[in-house]
Design a protein around this ligand. Sequence first.
Ligand code: PNS
Length: 158
Amino acid sequence: MKRAIYPGSFDPVTFGHLDMIERSAQIVDELVVAVLINSAKNPLFSVKERVSMLEEITGHISNIRITSFNGLLIDYAQEVEASIIIRGLRAVTDFEYELQIAQTNRIINSQVDTIFLTTSLEYAYLSSTIVKEVASYGGDISHFVPEQLMDRIYAKYR
Ligand code: PNS
């Protein structure tokens, strides 16, 4: 049984995340999507909101579980018995930071490996930060997030 964990802030989840989730779920037996609870980033959405948005847009995927976690990712991976951490790489700029984190995690627990998937080209520019920036000015975010989440995102800026 290959179980992987796909962690992130998902504040909010984007088409880029969804693409990663769909592709990862095809590679492993079970995918645990894990929302970081204790973020220093002052998130726009509560953990509950982020989990429920993820649940709504991944209803078509059967081998997936949406959870949240506090503390170190590597400890949570062990807790849920995941042997793989999946991260997406959009561009070279992501690489240095991701490599450092992956190496740190591997020093702490060598039983868990990090696998990088390259983001689909159409979403290479996309980030939750970009979505929030555009939404904050009332711009069109339909290219960035699933339709059923759009109102919830705009509502945060009303
Ligand atoms: O979507 P993000 O913000 O790029 O996700 C970052 C995340 C949640 C994967 C990362 O911040 C994380 O794993 N945080 C938990 C604390 C941790 O384990 N840090 C890495 C070891 S120093």
